[in-house]
Design a protein around this ligand. Structure first.
Ligand SMILES: Nc1ncnc2c1ncn2[C@@H]1O[C@H](COP(=O)(O)OP(=O)(O)O)[C@@H](O)[C@H]1O
Ligand SMILES: [Mg+2]
Length: 349
């Protein structure tokens, strides 16, 4: 397993050959199609790619919150190395998953309104979460802990906000509440799916600052899903670039952002807007992401790639190493791939 040797420290999450497909009336959408990656304990791994690449389906697979029966994990393992012992989230019982969700793995969504319950005060909702995972705590202790959490995420007048309903708060405040809820049970892993995308730029910066601060303080591994490379540069230790359900490049932030290998990654970097600029005036990669129901049996980026050649239609390129921690999947990278045969599990012919 490459991932196991990729990091010196222990991984909190190890995803191996994950395939999540949707069985729809119009065919099988191979939304996530054989991805492997790890999140080292205490580190932030960013999962990037354009809309429709399979980022959210990856996070929903880890949490086992897929829309069933259409959405199914058809292959692979998701090893969660929790303190009480490792568990494969693909085969875990629903009971085990309830323990994992919200307690050991917390999720922060793009739009907190969908995950906060509108009929309960935010205080009650955090209380419930803390109470569920800390059965020995008294009501007063739980309440004190909730207020502490609200203060920790920078909510002024935390006692007052405790009694507010979600709709009474601004978007930025709600996202802070979500983060408070996420960290209230000391999770080992936080999955944040586009946590700032729905917020305006100033609030976005504040929430990012908060997440950065908390990152070191709580020591949880973070899987940060974003299409914003500015966020990646600020927050992440490692980057995974996803395209059409597969990983096309991964490495440290420096490697991927400063010396990108894959033409897709290069395109993403080129189209990154500077902070505060209007996005649609910038370069964008021509074409659109191929539909997961019509995945070709060759490089899925072929029809959008400026570097494509005949060989790119000969198969699906594997991830090949370009150093200890840097990998890319492309036949056209100089010095890589075919020029240098890779030993071991890379079984392409
Ligand atoms: N419930 C579903 N049924 C069918 N297709 C789905 C479903 N959810 C997601 N998909 C498809 O899977 C692909 C990946 O989606 P998603 O993971 O949400 O992308 P993103 O990278 O933007 O988060 C998309 O093409 C999407 O249409
Ligand atoms: Mg998404």
């Amino acid at each position: 397993m490459r991932q196991a040797v990729m990091h010196d420290n222990e991984n909190i999450l190890e995803v191996e050959n994950l395939k999540t497909w949707f069985y729809t009336e119009t065919g099988v959408a191979k939304s996530v199609n054989g991805i492997s990656f790890a999140v080292p304990a205490g580190k932030t791994v960013a999962l990037v790619g354009e809309s429709g690449c399979g980022k959210s389906v990856t996070s929903l697979s880890i949490m086992r919150l897929l829309q069933e029966p259409a959405g199914r994990i058809v292959d692979g393992t998701i090893r969660f190395n929790r303190p009480s012992g490792p568990v494969d989230l693909v085969s875990a019982s629903e009971e085990e998953m309830e323990q994992v969700r919200g307690g050991e793995i917390a999720m922060i969504f793009q739009e907190p309104m969908t995950s906060l319950n509108p009929v309960f005060t935010v205080g009650n909702q955090i209380d419930e979460m803390i109470g569920l995972h800390n059965p020995m705590m008294t009501k007063t202790e739980i309440r004190e802990q909730t207020v502490r959490m609200l203060k920790l995420v920078g909510i002024p007048r935390a006692e007052g906000i405790y009694k507010s309903y979600p709709h009474e708060l601004s978007g930025g405040m709600r996202q802070r509440v979500m983060i408070a809820m996420a960290i209230s049970c000391n999770p080992e892993l936080i999955i944040a799916d586009e946590p700032t995308t729905a917020l305006d730029v100033t609030i976005q910066a504040q929430i990012l600052e908060l997440m950065k601060e908390l990152k070191d303080r709580i020591g949880a591994g973070i899987l940060l899903i974003t299409h914003d490379l500015g966020v990646v540069a600020e927050m992440a230790d490692e980057v995974i670039v996803m395209y059409a359900g597969r990983i096309v490049e991964k490495g440290t932030v420096m490697e991927v952002l400063l010396t990108p290998k894959h033409p897709y990654t290069k395109g993403l970097i080129k189209s990154k807007p500077a902070i505060g600029t209007v996005k649609d005036t910038l370069y964008s990669i021509p074409g659109t992401v191929v539909s997961p129901a019509e995945m070709p049996d060759y490089c899925a980026f072929y029809n959008r790639c400026g570097q494509c050649a005949k060989e790119c239609r000969s198969g699906i390129p594997d991830l090949e190493p370009f150093g200890d921690t840097h990998f890319a999947a492309c036949y056209r990278i100089e010095g890589g791939n075919k020029a240098e045969a890779v030993t071991g599990e890379s079984g392409r012919d």
